[in-house]
Design a protein around this ligand. Structure first.
Ligand SMILES: Cc1cc2nc3c(=O)[nH]c(=O)nc-3n(C[C@H](O)[C@H](O)[C@H](O)COP(=O)(O)OP(=O)(O)OC[C@H]3O[C@@H](n4cnc5c(N)ncnc54)[C@H](O)[C@@H]3O)c2cc1C
Length: 374
């Protein structure tokens, strides 16, 4: 028992109609969607960090839907219908995000993307290139045009094949500007964002959910949007979710940088792009899967060293040219599809966005809000 009176529980300032745990792209979109459905409800978003300590502000800002090698890999474990549905969700998600926030506000640029292959990957390149007609046909219902084509690479890269696989509809954005934009929208909609509130546990008590953290809160409906940090909160519920840490570096400014767009390498395990006049390079989880199955925000020296090597192989740059390094936490599982589900009629969760949550997050937030029943 909380010791609170009926009045306190029902009308006190610790009572919310809807509480959302996690102020990432999913949590804030869920909050905005709840506001549309329930204009008068008291809605709060709790986060253990300041804006988001999650992946939403630490990602690479690719507005991407899946490179050919990733898609063909996915088709080994998922049906064509599942893969097409997931790509459609990613594509619609980016359109929904751009409808919510202006392109200039989030630095959205439709520069296209390339899947690139290193000089020793000629046979892989040929194999994937021969499947482009098939992929274009498979995804025509999503994009309403052929999106993949072979294109020469002109970006001063070393040790890569001269041609890559271009995706004309992939873009790039600034994730922090995206999150600040969503936060502003939420605040304008009288959604209360509570920072530095780490939820320790929650429990259904009659018709309300008791949320345990720095101070006790109650709500009618609880939405959990903690993605890669969900294992402990949902530990006893046997949900298929695991943390997946990812490592990134950003170089110092590079004079005359010609790199423009987003680039995928090695089935999406590595990725790079231009940010201002710098290069962002990330990935390498496949070098140390076990150590990276964690939600501890720490650098992994083995992977950072591999990123340094790749920076040298691709651009002739060295460790001294790197100015920033960080890690972020994604949520993965046996399946690549995200999960929206309910524990009971008061508690719901929307998690497991994998490596393309910028694309999936907006729609997943909307789907999560649909679970609410006030
Ligand atoms: C390095 C990196 C690069 C990536 N690059 C891309 C990319 O280029 N394109 C792309 O589409 N996707 C990318 N992703 C994936 C994408 O960023 C995520 O899928 C997406 O941001 C997940 O959003 P979310 O809202 O579900 O979770 P998050 O953004 O992780 O938000 C979850 C929030 O929950 C909070 N939280 C957790 N536990 C608690 C608790 N107990 N109490 C209170 N608050 C809690 C956390 O503080 C966090 O703010 C990348 C991810 C990483 C890590």
């Amino acid at each position: 028992m909380s010791g609170l009176s009926y009045w306190e529980r029902t009308y006190g300032d610790h009572f919310f109609d809807i509480l959302i745990v996690g102020a990432g792209i999913v949590g804030l979109n869920a909050a905005l969607s709840c506001r549309e459905r329930y204009p008068e409800a008291r809605i709060g978003v709790l986060d253990k960090g300041m804006l988001s300590v999650g992946a939403s502000t630490k990602n690479a800002g690719f507005a991407c839907f899946g490179s050919p090698s990733e898609l063909l890999d996915d088709l080994k474990n998922h049906t064509e219908a599942e893969v097409t549905a997931l790509i459609a969700k990613r594509y619609q998600g980016i359109q929904a995000l751009r409808a919510k926030l202006r392109d200039e506000q989030i630095d959205f640029q439709l520069n296209g993307s390339y899947e690139v292959f290193q000089s020793n990957q000629k046979s892989e390149f040929k194999a994937y290139a021969s499947q482009l007609d098939y992929l274009n046909r498979l995804l025509y219902s999503v994009f309403e045009q052929d999106v993949f084509e072979l294109k020469p690479l002109h970006f001063g890269m070393q040790s890569v094949l001269g041609e890559g696989i271009f995706h004309r509809l992939e873009g790039q954005l600034n994730p922090v500007k995206m999150m600040l934009g969503l936060k502003q929208l939420a605040q304008a909609q009288k959604i209360e964002i509570v920072s530095n509130y780490e939820v320790q546990a929650f429990e259904l008590q009659g018709e309300q959910v008791e949320v345990k953290g720095p101070k006790m809160l109650n709500c009618s409906q609880l939405l959990i949007a903690t993605n890669g940090f969900s294992s402990s909160l949902l530990a006893e519920r046997s949900v298929d979710i695991l943390p997946a840490r990812a490592q990134v570096l950003v170089t110092k400014p590079i004079k005359g940088l010609s790199l423009k767009g987003t680039f995928h390498l090695d089935k999406g395990y590595y990725y790079f792009r231009n940010i201002d006049n710098r290069i962002l390079l990330g990935g390498g989880r496949n070098c140390d899967f076990e150590a990276e199955t964690t939600d501890r925000l720490e650098l992994n020296s083995k992977i950072q060293n591999r990123l340094d090597e790749l920076l040298t192989e691709l651009f002739g740059l060295s460790e001294e040219d790197v100015e920033y390094r960080w890690a972020g936490i994604m949520g993965t599982g046996r399946q690549k599809t995200p999960i929206v589900a309910s524990l009971n009629k008061n508690i719901h969760y929307g998690i497991r966005l994998g490596g393309m949550g910028v694309a999936l997050g907006t729609e997943l937030g909307v789907d999560l809000a649909q679970c609410v029943n006030l």
